[in-house]
Design a protein around this ligand. Structure first.
Ligand code: SF4
Ligand code: SF4
Length: 281
């Protein structure tokens, strides 16, 4: 089976427990104002705009399709900076076996593999095939398999992944549906349902709250968020992440980074609502 893969990193300490190989899949069903990797949102439409902009001559057009020469690429990322469609010409169609070949050399130093994005569940069949292959491979079977998700997936996706999924990190951009829609382009009903579903399945590793100063950080909203999360599991792991402007697009809503004191305050508001395992970054 083939997946559209943006990129991968061999070692990450922030994408789930331990040291993890992370696969980033291209394509997302949200359009977040605060997205740090907006070039992962859409698939390339072969418009060709980025081809001439490449200072390394690594891009070309063949048969109406953009091609990328990885060996010529100077990694300037000029292509993704200039792309008007939130895409990248560097995403590749890879087989599960291609990824296993890249995971194997790193495996002795890994705790597991995380599929991120974009939105991992947009290619749920590929994720399931990858995780199934990992768990069937004697040299890789000890690796845990996690997804990093925006949570906007149908319950059938979690049922499909459940047999091969060890855990999920779920973003909750905002408990308030109207504000969630302004921040992501979509409502949050599916996200809330996914958090509940994954918790019931024992697969909810962490809920991530991306905090934007002055936008989704009102005390009453945060307290309500804490109450809602505590009703799901008062001891769940909650990661409070301060928005960082690096990589984000210009936004109609002013997006400000919370400082350390603000992030500590968010944690204190949440701590008053449940016995959460709180992490602040
Ligand atoms: S869900 Fe993630 S990848 Fe998708 S637009 Fe939002 S921040 Fe970006
Ligand atoms: S990456 Fe963007 S600019 Fe380049 S061809 Fe694809 S859609 Fe066009």
């Amino acid at each position: 089976m083939t997946g559209l893969v943006t990129d991968w990193i061999e070692f990450s300490a922030v994408d789930g427990p331990g040291n993890r190989f992370v696969v980033f899949l291209q394509g997302c069903n949200f359009d977040c104002l605060a997205c740090h990797n907006p070039y992962t949102i859409n698939a390339c439409n072969d418009c060709g705009i980025c081809v001439e902009a490449c200072p390394s001559g690594a891009l070309g057009m063949v048969g109406g399709r953009v091609i990328w020469d990885e060996n010529a690429c100077g990694s300037t990322d000029r292509c993704i900076q200039i792309c008007p469609y939130d895409a990248t010409p560097k995403a590749r169609a890879l087989e599960v076996a291609d990824l296993l070949d890249r995971i194997r050399p790193a495996a002795p130093f890994l705790s597991g593999v995380t599929v991120s994005g974009g939105e991992a569940t947009q290619q749920a069949g590929f994720v399931r095939a990858l995780f199934t292959a990992i768990k069937s491979d004697p040299g890789l079977a000890r690796l845990t398999c996690f997804v990093d998700t925006n949570g906007a997936a149908d319950p059938s996706v979690w049922a499909e992944l459940d047999p091969v999924l060890d855990g999920a990190m779920v973003d909750l951009k905002c408990l308030d549906d109207a504000l969630h829609r302004r921040l992501t382009g979509e409502g949050n009903a599916a996200v809330l349902a996914s958090i509940e579903d994954l918790a019931r399945r024992g697969k909810l590793y962490e809920v991530r709250l991306l905090m934007v100063a002055g936008v989704n950080d009102a005390d009453d909203l945060l307290a309500a968020t804490g109450d809602w999360l505590a009703a799901v599991d008062p001891t769940m792991r909650v990661k409070v992440i301060g928005f960082r402007a690096h990589g984000a697009r210009p936004s109609a809503i002013p997006l400000a980074e919370p400082d350390a004191a603000q992030r500590a305050h968010y944690a204190s508001v949440l701590a008053a609502r449940g016995a959460f395992d709180l992490i602040v970054v």
